[in-house]
Design a protein around this ligand. Sequence first.
Ligand code: IMP
Ligand code: MG
Length: 180
Amino acid sequence: MARRVLYTHDQTQARIAEMGAQIAEKYANQVLVVLCTLKGAMFFCTDLIRAIQRANKGVQIRLDFIQVKSMKGRMSSGKVEFLTEPRADMAGRPVIIVEDIIDSGLSMFETKPLVQERGPSSIEIAALLDKKEARKTEYPCTPEYAGFEIRPEFVIGYGLDDEEQYRELLDIEVIEGEAA
Ligand code: IMP
Ligand code: MG
């Protein structure tokens, strides 16, 4: 098994600061529902909200969570399981779904309608990582905010796991070789 750093914690933080500034500019003085997809996006979502706050544009955040499971080992299982559903009042409000990584596109493709049926004024997706080349045509999905576009390699750290291991790593790393 080999591991190599893809983005250091500092590189990730610098990019998130830019994303936060962009989001804060767009939603200045508005109430914004931030829907964090657990568990992977937990660290990213926390730092993104802080970045929005630092931009000081008067964005009022309403934070909510959803737990989505789609992976079997290092592969997409082909189906999405919602372990928890959103509870926040989204009617007439803009929503940003915060995701750690988009791979085949299936998770976001299935999550969006779940949000849509709650009547938000708009839905956007902020993904830290986008494996654009891995996208399946059946699940079209383009995040409005993407941190880094990466090759279709398996990554860990900063919330991302390999069978629940490595979420605590500060850096984002590529892992090769045998699955955990
Ligand atoms: P999708 O549904 O195929 O787009 O896959 C997205 C979900 O699979 C993400 O929310 C992650 O939880 C997980 N995932 C996809 N690629 C990776 C990876 O390289 N490392 C860790 N988790 C991943
Ligand atoms: Mg995820």
